[in-house]
Design a protein around this ligand. Structure first.
Ligand code: CA
Length: 331
């Protein structure tokens, strides 16, 4: 007995920034939602169960199946069991460890609890819309997200991708295609983490995150801490639009949304002015019309380490811009 706030049985140990609390399931869920709502980084939160397996999720015992040496953890957020269950079985056959979650708030909560390698996210979800789940998740996590959508409208695709999805598939999808996309996203995520551990180098721009040094064509560029963090964030996600609230959270540690987009715009314009004085110019810092910004690296990167794959595709951001530009031309 004796959760911190009640007399129900202790089921979880919740650890926030090194401090542990023993909580019942209800207090645990409420506490986690509170932490998520207040933008507390997932890296500061750890939680483990002290009693029985969770009732809210369906953990699939992967041991029953012939496994590949894979074990990447996937959370499948999908309320339609007719889709979720067969997909889950297929993923387990491929060696993934899978949890099915049937609503938005649980999806967000499990993303914190389980620290998955990938999230498959349906957009039409009870409790919290998939796009809102994605938006909240992106303020604190870079985990790859593939959106499963029945909405083939290009507007939804744009919104999904600018809200931070790494990829999407439209229902009904072919299993083989989805598997390929999952594998690519997981590998890209791993290689990104390895590749950008602390040095980015595309042959023109070199960023050293440990030393806080930026060079263009071998010439040091003097950046303020804010400018460096901003450039570092954009460069780490080439071609992926970084939403304004994520930029505020990462560059200014402003996770409660008090910051204004004007602050971001001002910092971007200062950064661009400095880059204009270099061989790189400011063109690689691309504005996505009030949604955010992204970094467009050289088309054929003079990649330093040929063994490492290019860490991210930048087709999506270009796709978004093409659609926006086409719209501008016709209006
Ligand atoms: Ca749905």
């Amino acid at each position: 007995m004796g959760g911190l706030f009640c007399d129900r049985d202790v089921e979880f140990v919740l650890c926030v920034d090194g401090r542990e609390s023993r909580l019942c399931a209800k207090c645990h869920d409420v506490s986690l939602l509170y932490l998520i709502d207040h933008g507390v980084a997932a890296t500061l939160v750890d939680t483990r169960r002290v009693a029985n397996p969770s009732a809210g999720t369906t953990a699939v015992p992967a041991e029953r199946t012939q496994l590949k040496a894979n074990r990447s953890k996937i959370i499948l957020v999908e309320d339609d069991l007719g889709i979720a269950q067969p997909l889950c079985r297929a993923l387990v056959r491929e060696g993934y460890s899978v949890s099915i979650v049937g609503d938005g708030p649980s999806g967000l909560r499990q993303a914190y609890v389980q620290r998955p390698d990938l999230i498959l996210l349906d957009l039409g979800l009870p409790g919290l819309d998939g796009l809102e789940v994605l938006r909240r998740l992106r303020a604190v996590s870079d985990v790859p997200v593939i959106v499963l959508t029945a909405r083939t409208d290009e507007v939804d695709v744009i919104v999904g991708l600018t809200a931070g999805a790494d990829d999407y598939v439209c229902k009904p999808f072919r299993l083989a295609e989805l598997m390929a996309r999952i594998e690519r996203a997981v590998q890209r995520y791993r290689s990104t983490r390895r590749w950008t551990k602390h040095v980015y180098d595309d042959g023109l721009l070199r960023l050293d995150s440990l030393q806080r040094e930026a060079c263009v064509a071998g010439v040091p560029v003097s950046l303020t801490t804010t400018e460096f963090r901003l450039l570092d964030l954009l460069v780490r996600h080439p071609g992926m639009v970084q939403p304004l609230d994520k930029i505020l959270a990462r560059v200014w540690d402003d996770t409660v949304g008090n910051g204004s987009s004007a602050r971001v715009k001002f910092a971007v314009s200062r950064l661009r002015r400095k880059l204009d004085l270099t061989a790189m110019g400011s063109a690689p810092i691309v504005s996505a019309r009030g949604l955010g910004y992204f970094f467009r690296p050289p088309a054929v990167p003079a990649a330093v380490d040929k063994k490492s794959p290019q860490p991210a595709s930048y087709g999506h951001a270009d796709n978004v811009l093409n659609i926006l530009n086409a719209r501008d031309r016709t209006s």
